[in-house]
Design a protein around this ligand. Structure first.
Ligand code: NDP
Ligand code: DXP
Ligand code: MN
Length: 429
């Protein structure tokens, strides 16, 4: 895959005009881990941010209604149309009888419609490749895209990078926010390597044989971050780090050979940029996503007190280890699909989303996740690899990969992925 010559995330460029306060923000996935932390950042900074619209799948309508009321939004989107009556009742309870309710958009395209509303910045905090259409809508509307939903960039690949103007995407993923900040230390031709840190997940140090019997409960116990279930399992398999290497390649137009992963169990150093003169710039802070979220929606300004800073009065140690790719082959597999390009990253991601669902429901052993993804990639990853990509290509590749993953895991006919994927509609299962 050749990344576009101009990086879509570039801290030296300002896509939007100088910030006006308060800045209008749209939050997609507002009821999730990223979304609730974003709401927290906004509520603590009412002079800087005004949220105009929210969207969610529909699993937590009480929370969604509470957020809508607290933020006084004009529009609420919900992907599952069967939850509208409950949402309206929850809104009415909070707004009282007299006050008009926000407009409700419902159905599989609700998030995409919300993403296309006029605003300064759209924060995409949806989980899974179902975030692709909203990402495209936000970019097409000319908004800044504060991107947590890495899957949309990865499955869309050159489609998304071609649509984004240089500087239009501001990363929210902690590693990519760190790279973004460290890249300010030099110009692109002076960058020699991107070094992406990985916590190593709850099973760091185990051999492949020791991974065979681990349970969903153990895999959901991330050592340093509290996140939604899909990314938490992805951190345990290191698929998250594989996705993040592709994400770094697409955001910063750096070839895979110059992107490295290093295991750093404390999750204080969020990533590093090495420059041609041998100097390395690292970005650090205690693991707290409110920092990258605030930077993503506030860029180019920093939000004072957004997240705690390091406590240098206390002795502590930061360790770094090489990645064990025998126990955790997801990262080299991701580099392989990233280099193939075309739909190969979409196949990797779609198969993984299905396998994570199968693992969480007890239908697949932990090591079966990446084994199955590798099998689906070997069968389907070369299809349309490296060719120009359309949304239809991505959706078709995803459907085939999901189908094959379900066949291989024996979950065909079940509810499937936690998020329905780029071609799906709403949260299932
Ligand atoms: N959590 C974290 O710290 C980090 C997350 N990320 C990335 O951010 C994204 C979100 O992760 P996270 O917050 O952990 O996930 P969660 O599972 O906690 O939240 C997902 C959110 O997406 C919503 N959603 C799901 N499907 C749809 C849909 N079809 N339309 C609209 N909304 C939908 C959910 O709604 P509902 O509540 O109704 O189900 C929920 O609000 C992922 O891409 C993840 O990889 C990246 C770095 C860190
Ligand atoms: C907070 C964040 O950005 C996550 O993507 C985090 O990086 C997950 O931790 P791992 O390093 O274990 O994947
Ligand atoms: Mn991350």
């Amino acid at each position: 895959m050749t990344a576009s010559a101009a990086p879509v995330a570039d801290p030296h460029l300002r896509f939007a005009p100088p910030a006006e306060h308060p800045r209008d923000i749209v939050i997609l996935g507002s009821t999730g881990s990223i979304g609730t932390q974003a709401v927290d950042v906004v509520l603590r900074n009412p002079d800087r941010f005004r949220v105009t619209a929210l969207s969610a799948a529909g699993g937590r309508v009480g929370l969604l209604a509470e957020q809508a009321h607290l933020l006084r939004v004009t529009t609420v989107g919900v992907a599952d149309p069967t939850r509208v009556a409950e949402l309206r009742a929850a809104l009415r309870e909070r707004y009282g009888a007299a006050e008009p309710l926000p407009e409700i958009l419902a159905g599989p395209d609700a998030a995409t419609q919300v993403a296309g509303l006029p605003c300064h910045t759209v924060l995409n905090g949806i989980t899974g490749s179902i975030g692709l259409a909203p990402t495209i809508a936000a970019l097409s509307a000319g908004s800044v895209l504060a991107l947590a939903n890495k899957e949309s960039l990865i499955v869309g690949g050159p489609l998304v990078t071609a649509l984004a103007a240089p500087g239009q995407i501001v990363p929210v993923d902690s590693e990519h926010s760190a790279l973004f900040q460290a890249l300010l230390g030099g110009v692109r031709r002076e960058v020699s390597r991107l070094v992406v840190t990985a916590s190593g997940g709850p099973f760091r140090g185990r051999t492949r044989a020791q991974l065979a019997e681990v349970t969903p409960e153990e895999a959901l116990a991330h050592p340093t971050w509290s996140m939604g279930p899909v990314i938490t399992i992805n951190s345990a398999t290191l698929v998250n780090k594989g996705l993040e290497v592709i994400e770094a390649h697409l955001l910063y137009a750096i070839p895979f050979e110059r992107i490295e992963v290093v295991v750093h169990p404390q999750s204080y150093v969020h990533s590093m940029v090495e420059f041609t003169d041998g100097s390395t710039l690292a970005q650090a802070g205690p693991p707290d996503m409110r920092g990258p979220i605030a930077l993503g929606i506030g860029w180019p300004e920093r939000v004072p007190g957004a997240a705690p800073s390091c406590d240098w009065t206390r002795a502590h140690t930061w360790e770094f280890f090489p990645l064990d790719t025998d126990a955790f082959p997801a990262v080299p597999l991701a580099c392989h699909v990233g280099s193939l390009g075309g739909v190969a990253p979409a196949v990797y991601n779609a198969a993984n989303e299905e396998c994570v669902a199968a693992f969480l429901t007890g239908g697949l052993p932990f090591t079966g996740i990446v084994d199955t993804v590798a099998r689906v990639v070997s069968e389907q990853g070369d299809d349309a690899a490296g060719t120009s990509l359309t949304v239809a290509d991505v959706l078709e590749a995803e459907t085939r990969a999901r189908h094959r993953a379900r066949e291989l895991t024996g979950t065909a006919g079940t509810a499937g992925a936690v998020s329905g994927g780029a071609s799906g509609a709403v949260r299932k299962g």
